[in-house]
Design a protein. Structure first.
Length: 179
């Protein structure tokens, strides 16, 4: 090989090595795709509600799989930074009624312990007339010191607070950091 060809090879050598082969391009593309998928997975880890909670209209709901008394249910909600569900809209009522129907009789955060027939939510707000339509026919009837409200298949019922029922906790959803 002539000196000029050898010199040309030495000068082009670094350039040849910088051009990736098609196999290297494929490998880089695969790595890039895997990183993109991993990032998307990590982004999904930021959830507005904990994994075992349901999201609805800016709030998170936990539907228990065990049964407890009303007081024990309220404590369970408090222990996870929530409270027994306080219903604020007809849409929320419909969502909760349909979801709790699948589980069975379920506590909500509505009681009349302070004064008979004066119903208050656990957040201190009174039960408004617009929600009276959700009581089952003849309810609330206060048969035998029934001071706590539950969801039944077809509406609300007042029942003894010591009975064991499923329960629903509610807390505000969180927002994920923007990307």
């Amino acid at each position: 090989m002539s000196d000029s060809k050898e010199m040309g090879k030495r000068q082009l050598g670094p350039l040849v090595y910088k051009i990736p082969s098609s196999q290297e391009e494929n490998n880089q593309m695969n790595v890039y795709q895997e990183l993109t998928q991993l990032k998307a997975g990590v982004d999904r880890l930021c959830r507005s509600c904990p994994w075992d909670w349901m999201h609805f209209q800016g709030s998170c709901y936990f539907f228990s799989v065990a049964q407890k008394s009303w007081n024990d249910s309220a404590t369970a909600c408090h222990n996870v930074g929530a409270q027994l569900v306080v219903i604020k809209s007809d849409e929320e009522q419909n969502f909760l009624q349909q979801t709790s129907k699948k589980r069975g009789y379920t506590w909500m955060g509505l009681i009349d312990m302070s004064k008979e027939s004066t119903w208050y939510w656990v957040d201190g707000s009174p039960l408004t007339l617009s929600f009276m339509k959700y009581w089952n026919k003849g309810e609330p009837n206060n048969l035998g010191e029934e001071d706590c409200a539950e969801f039944r298949d077809d509406g609300w019922n007042d029942t003894k607070c010591t009975n064991k029922k499923f329960w629903i906790c509610k807390k505000l959803s969180t927002s994920c950091p923007s990307k």
